[in-house]
Design a protein around this ligand. Structure first.
Ligand code: NIG
Length: 396
């Protein structure tokens, strides 16, 4: 069964020669893009979808979320808006609530968030463990996540749970807990930050998870300068996420990791993606991550929602894209690329998803607008009109 999506006013593709096409059409066959070009040249197909002069973009690739949680932390949020600063300790509040939710309840909550993300245009989604913080709970959360997310990240090293010894807990993360979650996860992460895991502890977690064959990522430089970005480069991690407080040496180290990559043609050996999380930065009143500076230095960046109950309770990638344009100095095309192809790079799936290219998975969204610029021009508006994943409608 083939599908023709035609009458597209503006199509954002990855083709270096023609990034944006006007009056375009797409043909999908067997869940993949089979043809992309001018609408008046489109071949026939079994089914025709008239885009009605709307813009078409790749589905969002949300490469950083924490969806496996129960409970409510709106009081913490309100205290923050009244002047309190964010502290990692709030993670323990969610740990308690999430441990108390049974499998059915937790699955219902996670599925609801994934469906909400899909309605907003997200077609490929990463999520993490990290609110279990015991062997049995981390295994349970990884299992539940693996049933609904495209990519699951092990974040046993999110917080040392209250009452535990930091060294003993780090050892557990590197051994028994890692073995327990291993069947369900694709990569591992560590919250390398004052109040969470030290440089030495982070190094041990990254080494153990690398040796277990997992891809790596790092929560780094979120609340102050620190070793996270440099550790990510040293370990060849796929991404370092947050990156609010980068020193010139950090930017140089990240840029160095991209020396074998050609950004225009998107070919070569990828380096460490810097994942910017603008919704989190606003909700925690941190300085926005320096996306403009990173791009100018030659670092590939991703934009992600960081949906979680503590610092960023939103699945809206459109909000992140709009904020990146309005507040971080990115052009619309740069922001859309970071929220699609950048996320795919951060998850190591850039050959399969993240752009509208022949042969890739047919993940595409239509906006109730004639161009992607409306994502920033009309901030906060629910612009996603239709979402296709592997050529099938997934929005409700
Ligand atoms: O990415 N930084 C660490 N983890 C989450 C926050 C988790 C929480 O506060 O519940 C984040 O912002």
């Amino acid at each position: 069964m083939s599908l023709l999506i035609t009458n597209i006013a503006e199509l954002t593709s990855q083709d270096p020669e023609r990034r944006v096409l006007q009056d375009a059409a797409i043909v999908v066959e067997n869940g993949r893009f089979a043809w992309i070009g001018a609408a008046h040249r489109a071949p026939a197909a079994d089914v025709v979808h008239d885009a009605g002069g709307r813009a078409a973009l790749p589905g969002w690739v949300d490469s950083h979320t924490h969806l496996v949680f129960a409970g409510d932390r709106s009081a913490e949020f309100q205290a923050r808006m009244a002047g309190e600063s964010y502290a990692a300790g709030g993670i323990a509040v969610t740990m308690e609530a999430t441990r108390a939710a049974d499998d059915d309840e937790l699955t219902r909550l996670v599925r609801g968030r994934v469906a909400e993300a899909a309605d907003g245009g997200t077609t490929y989604l990463e999520t993490k463990t990290g609110y279990g913080l015991s062997v049995d709970q981390e295994r349970r959360h990884a299992r539940i996540a693996s049933a609904v997310a495209d990519h699951v990240t092990y974040l046993g090293a999110h917080l040392v749970p209250p009452g535990a010894d930091a060294e003993e807990y780090t050892e557990l993360v590197c051994t028994e807990m890692l073995t327990a979650v291993r069947p369900y996860v694709h990569s591992a992460d560590v919250f390398c930050e004052r109040g969470a895991f030290s440089e030495d502890q982070s190094r041990r977690v990254l080494a153990a998870c690398r040796d277990a064959g997992l891809g790596l990522r790092v929560h780094g430089n979120q609340l102050g300068p620190g070793p996270g970005a440099r550790l990510a480069v040293e370990f060849g991690a796929a991404s370092v996420d947050h990156v609010n407080y980068l020193e010139p040496d950090d930017v140089a180290a990240l840029a160095g990791s991209w020396s074998g990559w050609d950004s225009a043609s998107a070919t070569g050996a990828p380096g460490v993606v810097a994942t910017c999380l603008p919704a989190c930065d606003l909700s925690t009143r941190q300085p926005l991550a320096p996306g403009r500076e990173l791009l100018d230095a030659g670092v590939e960046i991703a934009l992600a929602s960081n949906c979680n109950p503590g610092t960023s309770y939103t699945t809206s990638m459109a909000f992140c894209v709009g904020t990146a344009v309005l507040q971080m100095g990115l052009s619309v095309q740069e922001a859309v690329r970071a929220a699609t192809f950048g996320g795919a790079l951060a998850l190591g799936v850039q050959d399969t998803v993240g752009s509208i290219e022949v042969g890739k998975r047919a993940d595409v969204q239509l906006l109730n607008a004639p161009s992607a610029a409306h994502l920033a021009y009309r901030p906060g508006m629910p612009l996603t009109q239709a979402v296709f994943r592997e050529g099938e409608r997934v929005d409700s």
